[in-house]
Design a protein around this ligand. Sequence first.
Ligand code: SPD
Length: 361
Amino acid sequence: MIRNVLFALTAGISMTAAAQEEVRIYNWSDYVGPDTISDFEAQTGIKVIYEEFESNERLDEALRTNEAWDVIFPSDNFFAGQMRDGLLSPLNKRKLPNYYANLDRAFLATMQTDLDPGNRYGLPYMWGTTGIAYNIEAVEAVMGSGFEFSSWTQLFDVNVVRRLQSCGVNFLDSPDEMMPLALLAVGTSPTGYTDAELEQATRLVQRVSRYVTFKLEDFESDLIEGNTCVTVAWNGDLMAALDEVDNPADFNYVVPEEGSILWIDMVTIPHNAKNVEAAHTFINYLLEGEVNAKIVNYVAYPSAVRAATPYIDEEIASNTVIFPSSEERRRLVIPAPDTVEQANRKLAAWRSIRGADWVAE
Ligand code: SPD
């Protein structure tokens, strides 16, 4: 009897819950404003199930093992592979009025040529760069006054890294993040490298691996709190964290002389989304000028939403780490997506460095 009453109660609760529309969002950590989700829920009455990931590899695995999300945010290169493999749904532009009204057409044209013909499957959310971030004084204390990071070769030099191990050196724990940088250090391009060059790059990371930590989560707070003195970093995460401290000038972020990656995180709908309608409502909401600007001001990454421009804080708009200068832009590349074979080789290389049982954070 008690069991039947309990069953009836549980059934009643789940029927009530089912009545509220839900949208399931899987995004990078710290990648919306503090009120973005609650404001959306209040405006639309749609409940958001929101979870975060740290790497493209983790998101890709979620998609390929059929976890069901309605909106996801893969980087451009992973997005291309997922589109190729039929894992994404085409966007219905009629359900995205802000798409035509608010997005930067020139940015869309870049994506169209290189990645997503017709911009059918996704649109750019935020973009950024990968560089070397360090505590100037802590590094000088070890390496000598006047030492500066200006090249990827320094970051993969055993003589440098072994010494800096005393104050902590961190690499991002992802083949997709690190191997392109090692390829730049061996003097080749992260696009169009040969197998021999990938092997050379792998050896470079291998040689220093025992002196570094490998971590994606909180790389910026570890640096600021003094757990490390050097880390590979994404520009916006670092800048957002430095905004909270009273000694930002103690840190430096450099795009080394060999150049670096310009990455674009996309927003898209997986092939197995359960609520495609609400997914469009959410994406359209992200394209509102004021909504988008609040995100940009908080996460410290530029977006492709032109309508956000008037609402971007001056402090963000004038920051040349967040909005790289044209000289720096010339040294940035958007790597062509890896073929399946290249991606597998990169993963194998990473496992040879990190261990055969390595799994993405
Ligand atoms: N806090 C969110 C950071 C998102 C960074 N995405 C970077 C992808 C580079 N491949």
